[in-house]
Design a protein around this ligand. Sequence first.
Ligand SMILES: O=C(O)CCC(=O)C(=O)O
Length: 297
Amino acid sequence: MKQTRRECLTAEQISLYNDTGYLVLENHLELDVIQNIRDEIARLELLAVGMTESDDRFDLEDSHKPDVPRIRRIKLPHTQSDVVKELLYSDSILAPVRDLIGPNVRLRTTKLNMKSAEYGAPIEWHQDLAFYPYTNDDVLAVGIIIDDMESKNGPLMVYPGTHKGPIYNHHINGVFAGGMSVSDAGLKSEDAVELKGPAGSVSIHHGRIVHGSAKNTSDRSRRLMFFEMTASDAFPIIGSMDAFKNMEHFDQQILCGEKIIEPRLSNIHLRIPQPQPDKNKSIYEIQKAMNPSDLIT
Ligand SMILES: O=C(O)CCC(=O)C(=O)O
């Protein structure tokens, strides 16, 4: 059920999202909110000193050393920081989401992707719904730009309009590899759009849109936090990489609106991300199986 009254976005922004599958809200958040998040990142980074391998809090870069920590992802930052949790539940985040997918919104996950200066790992082309198929496609990710985002920082890149197409093949040799070949999909590199903006800007991308990001070649870090959400009547389909624990846990993920036990089924194309590779399930590791010619350079 879509909102009947808009809270935050203009009719033009909603129609742009529906047509292209993405939006950028420039300078959407106050800089003191962003500074508070940066302070939280600095606090969390200290916890990675001495770590020798990734755990359920941090995904470490291949070049990480216990005395020179390099985190590529802070996992579930809303569970590690009250500042992040407060932002997640705020109207600054939820009002535009309600304008796009309706009043009943469930959290799927949160993550904070860090790309270190002159290094930060790329994330290869993929569609989020390839990892977690849902019964309908009111599924999106809100991206909070924590550092000014320019081309050399490895911004998120999207192929506009691909949210209306199929879920492409993300398998290599019959095993889910978490990435796809844009050339096999007939997409032209010149059509990809970079989602850039000053710190405090917010991007929103549809769960089906083809997207990825290159290495950070700049001399400063690039931090981008994602809050991924679904309409509450979108239910995960068996084989998804999202584990469905039980209804109580599922309902605890509701960010606003009502509990729903009637899934809404849409006539959408999906693929099941199975079988899974026989290793750690981080996107960075899974994508290592991809063909070199399909990688973002
Ligand atoms: O951090 C990025 O640039 C890409 C994020 C992304 O697509 C993901 O984490 O699935």
